[in-house]
Design a protein around this ligand. Structure first.
Ligand SMILES: [Zn+2]
Ligand SMILES: [Zn+2]
Length: 391
């Protein structure tokens, strides 16, 4: 079953591009070199290039024929603040930064598809190749949308792809409905009255209140949310005190809440506010609560998930398309693009063996170059099917 032979022919080029980008990782909104590499290659392929959205974002456009239909394909370009521990010759040249999530591979798979589609032009309509910065932590996808991505480049659907270590090379996973979770963050500052550790009755102890609060927050998921719905409330930081015999004046607690369903997200926020207010009131401790909804859930729409599954099946065969992968509680800023358009975010196998088994965000992770031809062929097939010459 066919990967695109024309793409297979330049697999060595894609591997070289991927390793070059891997050796020169750049993080959020500083992807200047990467954006330059992307823009100049697109121009070489004869693709119209638009730069500057979200600082380092790049959009390439290919128009063919008379159809006014258009779709968007999105890749992320950013690296992480992790010091690479690999020993191969294209290891990161930047201390403390590395491509540990495979966005180097995502960038190159989309470049490969652009090269193929600009040369073969076997479709009717417009394809926008969206290269976005800052997927990790700071939602560059949201910034691109706010900077007018879909006003400048309107599309009927937008598609994204991420590699997955643990899924075999030559397989794809396509989920209908929730793929990734909404990510909310909270910070709670408790203020009491500091006192000597020997004389707690002279103060108001925010530390004991904070400990009670951490336990009380566990009840949101276990006692309030419908057990058939996915939800997470994790306390991730608890900072208090600096001495063995001093009851501190203040406590800082942070955490994250995850959900797939907007009603559950609303319920978690409401219950968290109630629990913080109630526990603090019970003990006379003042508090400030900052609750932020950072990333919406990534929800694949039904028709576009079917489109993605059909394209993947064309490339790797129906048996190699996983349709029952459970959704993740991780978050993804492609969700911002799905707030504005129907679309689908798929997984491409990064391998299960020695080459691909290391998890993302690990200092020994590396994108599997053997996946490049599958990912690029999937993009190319999706465009040729969706913007079919017969349509
Ligand atoms: Zn990541
Ligand atoms: Zn990633």
């Amino acid at each position: 079953m066919p990967v695109k032979p024309e793409i297979e022919e330049f697999q060595h080029d894609m591997t070289a591009w991927r390793r070059d980008i891997h050796a020169h990782p750049e993080t959020a909104f500083e992807e200047f070199r990467t954006a330059e590499v992307v823009a100049s290659k697109l121009a070489d392929f004869g693709v119209e290039v638009h730069r500057g959205l979200a600082t380092t974002g790049v959009v390439g456009t290919v128009r063919v024929g008379s159809s006014n239909r258009a779709i968007g394909l999105r890749a992320d370009m950013d690296a992480l603040d992790i010091h690479e521990e690999n020993a191969f010759d294209y290891v990161s040249t930047v201390p403390g930064k590395m491509h540990a999530c495979g966005h180097d591979g995502h960038t190159v798979m989309l470049l490969g598809a652009a090269r193929y589609l600009a040369a073969t032009r076997r479709f009717n309509g417009t394809v926008h190749f969206i290269f976005q910065p800052a997927e990790e932590n700071v939602a560059g996808g949201r910034v691109m949308v706010e900077d007018g991505l879909f006003d400048l480049f309107p599309v009927e659907a937008v598609y994204g792809m991420h590699n997955s270590p643990g899924i075999a090379l030559g397989k794809f996973a396509v989920q209908t409905g929730p793929a990734m979770a909404a990510a909310d963050m909270f910070e709670i500052r408790l203020t009491g009255k500091g006192s000597h550790g020997a004389h707690p009755h002279h103060g108001e102890d925010p530390l004991v209140t904070g400990a009670e609060l951490v336990m009380a927050l566990q009840r949101i998921v276990s006692r309030s949310v419908n057990p058939m719905k996915a939800a997470v409330v994790s306390v991730t930081q608890f900072h208090a005190g600096s001495s063995m015999n001093v009851i501190p004046e203040s406590v800082r607690i942070t955490g994250t809440c995850r959900s797939h369903d907007l009603a559950v997200q609303d319920q978690i926020e409401q219950r968290l506010r109630q629990v913080v207010a109630g526990v603090c009131a019970a003990h006379g401790i003042a508090y400030e609560l900052d609750y932020q909804r950072r990333y919406p859930a990534t929800i694949n729409t039904r028709d576009e998930a079917a489109n993605a599954a059909r394209a993947a099946a064309e490339v790797v065969g129906q048996d190699n398309v996983i349709l029952d992968l459970p959704p993740s509680m991780g978050a993804e800023d492609f969700s911002w693009m799905l707030q504005h358009n129907p679309g689908c975010y798929v997984r491409v196998g990064n391998g299960e063996g020695s080459k691909g088994s290391c998890v993302v965000h690990n200092p020994r992770y590396d994108f599997n170059d053997d996946a490049l031809v599958y990912g690029a062929s999937y993009w190319a097939t999706l465009v040729e099917q969706q913007l079919s010459l017969q349509s």
